[in-house]
Design a protein around this ligand. Structure first.
Ligand SMILES: Nc1ncnc2c1ncn2[C@@H]1O[C@H](COP(=O)(O)OP(=O)(O)OP(=O)(O)O)[C@@H](O)[C@H]1O
Length: 243
């Protein structure tokens, strides 16, 4: 397995002087290509900061982040924006769909913005995989929350990104719908070899991953392969997350 993301001694400090907060402290980790990694930890442990630094949405204060061999630190804003658009997919808790556009137009948005050619066959396959093959001309308001998140996932996949990053992608969904979306993420890893990195608070959601990384106070303190919901919840309890 090659490496999708390699972080070396990544630190992130917000603010300065007495009010400075160290959100990440010397984090070094390799996220394997074709793997599904979940990131958990107590509130304020640095999960979002980790995801944002790994995905080039935020810059570390020090350390190195490499995506498929490309060093992100030192890249200019324009190059970084282009890299995110072409090589990374995002799924957030809020679906961030454009209400006036159809499902298909929303999914095609990253390609239009990047002036990239549309591969109609791949578009059809992505829509079919997320179960929206017959909804291409619908608008977001005509869809359920779970369906809207599946549109967001299709939009993330359409550029064939090296990594899909999810920040609480199922946070706004009810339990059954969340499982649907998680199964779909799992399937993109198993069937398409997609690399997925997801921040979550939910031990059940984390159990869909190959490995769970645990953050505490800005450090990776544990990694759990082949996670079960019970094992994840147990580690979280030991980190004091549910105290
Ligand atoms: N823009 C910012 N300015 C200052 N401090 C920040 C900023 N963003 C995050 N922090 C601080 O950095 C630390 C890590 O925050 P982060 O959002 O990464 O944690 P998290 O684990 O994602 O938390 P949660 O689970 O509550 O979303 C926290 O102490 C937070 O208050």
């Amino acid at each position: 397995m090659s490496d999708a993301v390699v972080m070396t001694s990544v630190s992130k400090v917000y603010g300065r002087g007495g009010g400075a907060v160290a959100a990440l402290r010397e984090v070094s980790v390799t996220l394997p290509s074709g793997g599904f990694t979940a990131v958990m930890g107590p509130s304020g442990s640095g999960k979002s900061t980790f995801l944002h630094c790994a995905a080039g949405l935020d810059r570390p204060t020090s350390g190195s982040v490499r995506l498929g061999g490309t060093e992100l630190s030192g890249m200019g804003e324009t190059a970084l924006t282009e890299l995110r658009r072409e090589r990374i997919g995002f799924v957030f808790q809020a679906y961030n769909l454009v209400p006036s556009l159809t499902v298909e137009q929303n999914v095609l948005l990253p390609l239009k913005l990047g002036r990239a050619k549309v591969d109609r066959e791949w578009l059809a396959e992505v829509l079919r995989r997320v179960g929206l093959g017959d909804r291409a001309r619908h608008r977001p308001a005509e869809l359920s929350g779970g369906q809207q998140q599946r549109v967001a996932l299709a939009r993330a996949l359409v550029t064939r990104p090296e990594v899909v990053f999810g920040d609480e992608p199922t946070g706004a969904l009810d339990t059954m719908t969340a499982r649907d979306v998680l199964s779909l993420l799992r399937e993109t890893v198993d069937a398409l070899g997609q690399t997925v990195v997801m921040v979550t608070h939910d031990p059940v959601a984390a159990s869909y991953a190959d490995t769970v990384l645990f953050l505490a106070d800005g450090r990776i303190v544990d990694a759990l392969p082949a996670p079960t919901p019970a094992a994840v919840a147990d580690r979280m309890t030991r980190l004091g997350a549910y105290a």
